[in-house]
Design a protein around this ligand. Structure first.
Ligand SMILES: [Zn+2]
Length: 166
């Protein structure tokens, strides 16, 4: 599986690297009994550009609530993963957003998702005003970008042929 590149409205691009893509897809709810999964997204803000690269993520763990159409991420355990990733990357890998799965082919956010995403933007202090939100559907993965300053969440478009060498 290759990495995916999406276009952002600020003329930046968002790359999901191969490894996190592989991990997210392994939680795809293709069976009728599969529960939702999710976690934090970690990545890099590329200097002198609006580009963001997703390099890593946290996966479901103890303390999360996982149901067929519901996922709640524990705060503390995922935060510990973030701290570890941040340390191990010497402070280059940051929190960039959230991901979770949906038991539908082409996923779209529920009202609860949108509320959660706005709450995440409101509550989280990061280096950037930008946040990424991924939903992994059964046949398709989609990504939204939240802009804290504009209090806006918009879908990003997949650039089918684009690759990013970073
Ligand atoms: Zn959802």
């Amino acid at each position: 599986m290759k990495s995916l590149v999406f276009s952002a409205p600020n003329e930046g691009r968002v790359k999901i690297s191969e490894e996190p893509l592989k991990i997210m897809n392994s939680y795809c709810q293709s069976k009728r009994t599969d529960a939702e999964a999710g976690g934090m997204l970690f990545g890099r803000f590329i200097i002198d550009s609006n580009d963001i690269v997703i390099d890593d993520l946290s996966v479901p763990m103890k303390g999360d609530i996982r149901k067929r159409t519901y996922f709640h991420r524990s705060v503390k355990n995922h935060q510990e993963v973030l701290n570890l990733v941040y340390e191990e990357s010497s402070g280059t890998c940051h929190y960039v957003g959230e991901w979770h799965t949906h038991p539908e082919n082409d996923p779209s956010p529920s009202d609860i998702d949108l509320k959660n995403w706005h709450r995440v933007m409101f509550m989280t202090i990061t280096e950037s005003n930008l946040f990424l939100f991924i939903i992994v559907g059964i046949t398709r993965i989609r990504i939204w970008q939240g802009n804290k300053k504009l209090n806006q969440i918009i879908p990003l478009e997949l650039l089918e042929k684009e690759t990013m060498d970073i």
